[in-house]
Design a protein around this ligand. Structure first.
Ligand SMILES: Nc1nc2c(c(=O)[nH]1)N[C@H]1C(S)=C(S)[C@@H](COP(=O)(O)OP(=O)(O)OC[C@H]3O[C@@H](n4cnc5c(=O)[nH]c(N)nc54)[C@H](O)[C@@H]3O)O[C@H]1N2
Ligand SMILES: Nc1nc2c(c(=O)[nH]1)N[C@H]1C(S)=C(S)[C@@H](COP(=O)(O)OP(=O)(O)OC[C@H]3O[C@@H](n4cnc5c(=O)[nH]c(N)nc54)[C@H](O)[C@@H]3O)O[C@H]1N2
Ligand code: SF4
Ligand SMILES: [Mo]
Length: 667
């Protein structure tokens, strides 16, 4: 008999949807939207629906596997736990715990995924990853400018006169914001999209502005120049709530509007038009992650923040520099879960440079890697280097649901449970501020186990089982301690399924910024203290004709590798029908120049690697721009990260995935 339950989407996504799940005879048979969810209101995307086929797929990993003589052999859990814990003991007693790397990303938004850190901290501390391929440059930039990265509550957009979508592919990646945009438009708000690609969001915009990839900081500078020329700045905000404005004004005097127009490939008149828009408060700006995945990404976000500050759109209803909402993650007591004080030795690699770290770091060398909630072989830049690095390590343990490119390279593959096979609560620090509850609905197939079970068993083998001697319920309540006074307990969430976190829905309304000065910092003392350039600059990406003429002659086109429509990163490709093919989307001018036609088979390459696929011509896209969606598996023609660079952003914590020149030819 079919039974209906509420649950939650665990995927790394802006939207963090509420689910309505059908279970028949111990199997999930349908995943739909929960109509009672205040933000997601019953609508979910195909990636969420496909969690049914992910859960029931015949390709699910069902048993622990060990590589023996180049082939995977099924082994018992007891043997897997014995082998792995023995190796960990040996490393701890000889070269030290930092010889283990924990490589991960954030594939599961469950609160208890924080317990992997508890495991490694109680073990003694390992080599950890810092920064983020995803949003690192922008997070660091906003923490320099404002003290942290906070967004307005989703409904506040209805207070905006103008809405600017800047480098966010809303219709594809953030569907509930797309619905809010439509409502705000009906309400009379004007919508602007700034993006090198004319995407589905641009189609509903009042105005679409195309920009040369990586040049958004300069564009913001041009808009600010025009605001100052026309006297449209918010003098009161600048005088009373900011520091360093003189440095910014001086910087803006070092470049002309014409020079900005030349580099951004945006007409000067557009900057004048956008100056008028920003001067007509309130204006809400929604940053995507697109424009910060460049070598100048941190500075770009800082210049965009500066524009929003200069125009007085910070801390007012209908305004905001909406990038991420870290108030959400900060609401939970993650320290009680992760026990950071328990580690005695540890070391850090950045996410981007993990391959370099593995290959070159000594004292101790990396001897073992644990991969959880991530697929670095496809998702981390400069894939061939990542492959070389992972292949060079003695013991690689991958905890996975499927035989991904990364799992294929492992020495031990441990099969883990999916969202419907374990109880947890889910949140995302990207868009809205509701936490969702997801019950255990079905048993994991075969011998698959929740990640927490694996940590607990390994802790028992390693002698710190007491640190894991708690039930899931106790762990969830541990993470909710900081919210107890607001009525959050697992019991209350089991009742309500979703609950609004007590966060500011108009952040910085009190103008008390979390910066060292307590003010908005155009010149950042936090940056200075960390040894970075504190003043704003007019930095350009690394791979452009302006910064590397020879490279641009060899590789004249900019490659973007944006997020796929039908897959969350690499997670859904293998379930798509028909089987996915690599698609190379090119701007019309490239097709004309090279005589390329729709469906031509082409090779895209640079010094780092190559990839092949079929041409699709984008009718409206910035000239000389190519896109290949990220996430595609090796067996379907990927990974596209064969082409991308592992360089870090200017502020050290982000990636430069889209800062990438390539060439293309028909094969
Ligand atoms: N369907 C789908 N949705 C997802 C995901 C997914 O894999 N698939 N992933 C989720 C995750 S983890 C994340 S981080 C978010 C990301 O959400 P987004 O930030 O919306 O995703 P991106 O694919 O990075 O695309 C950003 C947009 O930036 C544009 N862009 C690229 N370079 C520049 C530039 O220099 N300037 C400007 N102005 N625009 C630029 C691209 O053309 C694209 O439209 O999406 C989440 N949602
Ligand atoms: N070229 C290019 N590369 C990119 C990007 C881009 O725009 N362009 N985007 C970047 C961004 S924004 C992000 S966020 C990263 C994402 O990078 P990843 O998070 O590495 O990407 P996913 O494909 O989601 O892989 C997650 C893996 O975790 C597994 N998994 C899911 N749930 C669980 C669980 O509960 N436990 C365990 N142990 N495993 C689980 C899934 O099966 C999947 O194989 O990719 C980055 N890489
Ligand atoms: S992937 Fe995002 S939009 Fe799709 S169901 Fe999950 S949270 Fe919602
Ligand atoms: Mo991401």
């Amino acid at each position: 008999m079919a039974k209906e339950f509420k649950s939650a989407c665990p995927l790394n996504c802006w939207d963090s949807c509420g689910f309505h799940v059908t279970v028949e005879d111990g199997k999930v048979t349908k995943v739909d939207g929960d109509k009672s969810h205040p933000i997601t209101k019953g609508k979910i995307c195909g990636r969420g629906r496909m969690l049914e086929s992910r859960t029931n797929s015949p390709e699910r990993l069902l048993y622990p596997l060990k590589r023996i003589g180049g082939e995977f052999k099924q082994i018992s859990w007891e043997q897997a736990l014995h082998d792995i814990s023995l190796k960990m003991k040996e490393l701890k007693d000889t070269v030290g715990t930092a010889s283990i790397l924990h490589s991960h990303d954030y594939a599961n938004g469950g609160l208890l995924t924080n317990l992997d850190q508890r495991f490694f901290n109680c073990y003694g501390g390992v080599t950890e990853l810092t920064g983020s391929i995803c949003w690192g440059a922008g997070i660091e930039a906003q923490s320099w400018d404002l003290g942290d990265a906070y967004s307005h509550g989703p409904d506040d957009i209805l207070n905006s006169k103008h809405i600017v979508i800047w480098g966010r592919n809303v219709a594809r990646t953030n569907m509930h914001l797309f619905q809010m945009l439509q409502e705000a438009k009906r309400n009379g708000a004007k919508l602007y999209v700034i993006d090198p690609i004319y995407n589905a969001t641009a189609k509903i915009a009042d105005k679409y502005f195309s920009v040369k990839p990586g040049m958004d900081g300069l564009l913001a500078a041009g808009i600010m120049k025009e605001m100052l020329r026309l006297g449209l700045q918010d003098k009161s905000f600048i005088d009373n709530h900011s520091v360093g404005f003189e440095d910014l004004a001086e910087l803006l005097n070092t470049i002309t509007l014409e020079e900005i127009a030349e580099k951004t490939e945006v007409p000067a008149a557009v900057m004048t038009e956008l100056a008028a828009v920003y001067g007509d408060r309130p204006v809400s700006t929604f940053f995507g992650l697109g424009m910060q995945r460049y070598e100048n990404g941190g500075n770009t976000v800082r210049l965009m923040d500066a524009l929003i500050a200069v125009s007085g759109n910070i801390g007012i209803p209908g305004g905001g520099a909406n990038y991420a909402n870290r108030q959400v993650g900060q609401s939970f007591d993650t320290a009680s879960l992760a026990l950071p004080h328990r580690k005695t030795s540890s070391r850090q690699f950045t996410m981007m440079r993990q391959a370099e770290g593995i290959l070159t770091t000594k004292d101790p060398e990396i001897k073992m890697i644990f991969v959880t909630c991530g697929n670095p072989l496809t998702q981390v830049p400069d894939s061939s280097r990542v492959r070389e690095a992972f292949a060079s390590v003695d013991t690689v343990v991958v905890m996975e649901q499927f035989m991904t490119d990364t799992a294929k390279l492992a020495d031990y593959v441990l099969p883990v449970a999916t969202v419907f096979e374990q109880e947890d609560i889910y949140y995302s620090s990207m868009y809205h501020h509701y936490v969702n509850y997801g019950p255990k609905l079905v048993e994991p197939p075969g011998e698959a186990k929740p990640d927490l079970w694996v940590w607990t068993e390994l802790a028992n083998h390693l002698g710190f089982g007491a640190d894991f001697d708690f039930t899931r319920e106790e762990f969830i309540n541990m993470g909710l301690q900081s919210l107890k006074e607001h009525g959050f307990t697992l019991e209350s969430l089991r009742d309500s399924y979703h609950k609004e976190l007590p966060v500011d829905t108009v952040p910085w309304a009190d103008r008390q910024f979390k910066t060292p000065s307590g003010k908005y910092e155009f010149t950042s003392s936090a940056a200075f203290r960390k040894g970075f350039e504190s003043k704003l600059t007019l930095a350009l990406p690394k791979e452009t004709k302006w910064t590397d003429e020879d490279l641009a002659k060899k590789y004249p086109y900019t490659l973007l590798t944006i997020h796929p429509l039908r897959s969350n990163h690499s997670q859904h490709y293998h379930l798509l029908k028909p089987e996915p093919k690599a698609k190379v989307e090119i701007a019309e001018n490239i097709a004309m120049k090279l005589g390329l036609e729709e469906n031509d088979f082409v090779k895209v390459w640079n010094d780092r690697g190559e990839m092949k696929g079929c041409v699709h011509i984008m009718k409206i896209a910035h000239p000389d721009t190519i896109n290949i969606d990220e996430g595609i598996w090796t067996k379907f023609g990927g990974p596209v990260n064969n082409l991308t660079s592992s360089r870090e952003s200017d502020n050290g914590l982000g990636s430069t995935l889209y800062d990438c020149l390539v060439n293309i030819e028909k094969v």
